[in-house]
Design a protein around this ligand. Structure first.
Ligand SMILES: [Ca+2]
Ligand SMILES: [Ca+2]
Length: 266
């Protein structure tokens, strides 16, 4: 019950948060004070390419691993822009099964495993029973961290309060990959991040059931305190559209995550 109460409490902020994540995808840029440039060679990614070579053995890096159930998508309430269906439509690429994290030198490495392949192009959902015809165009997930043990500082996310920073992995199918972190929310509003960095997609992504990304964390300071144990929340979602391009369900598909403690490596 406590969880339910907490979950309900953060509906409003969560809605704003999620909207922001997807809004970033739609407009193709997340604003902020990023000093990074878009040097990716792929399809207009909101991501960067760092000069440092990628590790050859990720098993030495991913020292933290957090599993999530498979086939555990949930139906959010209609007031959260979710479909009014009795059961959620299965969309396996939004169903996170594991999150792995590790730090090596200046980089935070993050691997996300999904129950299904991330689509290479838009996914047409045919009309069937109560499910209406629609097109799924993008999906996004994040990890959100309360790094100062204070739920009253920062902003809020699903199942985690007091978020100072979130790291996001989002895909607009066939159009754009967005790897970024937004942080510093002095007004408690997740929209009003004061700072942002872009990350790099190393492996996986569209066409695969996983993605490995990294972020240069060397300038994050107290927003990612090395050696500290912090609370980590996460969720994953996909958005659907009508044939005419208008938004149908912001939360067409949704997979939540129970917050955990993460010991950030030194
Ligand atoms: Ca899951
Ligand atoms: Ca906080």
């Amino acid at each position: 019950m406590a969880f339910l109460s907490k979950f309900k409490k953060c509906y409003s902020s969560f809605l704003l948060y999620s909207f922001h994540v997807m809004f970033c995808l739609l407009i193709g840029s997340c604003g902020g004070d990023s000093s990074s440039s878009n040097s990716g060679t792929a399809i207009n990614d909101d991501a960067v390419t760092f000069n440092s070579p990628w590790p050859t053995d990720f098993s030495k890096i991913f020292k933290a691993s957090f599993s999530d159930g498979e086939g555990d998508q949930i139906a959010l309430p209609v007031e959260m822009d979710a479909p009014p269906y009795a059961d959620p439509v299965s969309f396996p690429s939004v169903d996170v099964t594991n999150i792995s994290l590790g730090i090596e030198q200046d980089f935070l490495y993050m691997r996300v495993d999904y129950a299904g392949e991330i689509p290479l192009e838009e996914v047409k959902i045919p009309e069937k029973g109560e499910v209406e015809s629609q097109i799924v165009k993008n999906q996004g997930m994040n990890i959100s961290l309360n790094v100062d043990d204070d739920e009253n500082t920062g902003s809020s996310g699903e199942g985690v309060q007091g978020v100072e920073i979130f790291f996001a992995v989002s895909f607009s199918f066939g159009i754009k990959n967005a790897i970024y972190a937004n942080y510093d929310f002095p007004n408690g509003d997740i929209h009003l991040h004061q700072q942002q960095i872009l990350g790099e997609l190393g492996e996986g992504g569209p066409g695969y059931k996983y993605a490995i990304v990294r972020f240069d964390i060397s300038k994050l300071g107290d927003f990612l305190p090395r050696g500290k144990t912090v609370e980590l929340g996460s969720w994953s979602e996909a958005e659907s559209f009508n044939e005419d391009g208008t938004l149908k369900y912001h939360h067409f598909a949704f997979d939540g995550f129970t917050a955990v403690k993460w010991d950030i490596p030194e």
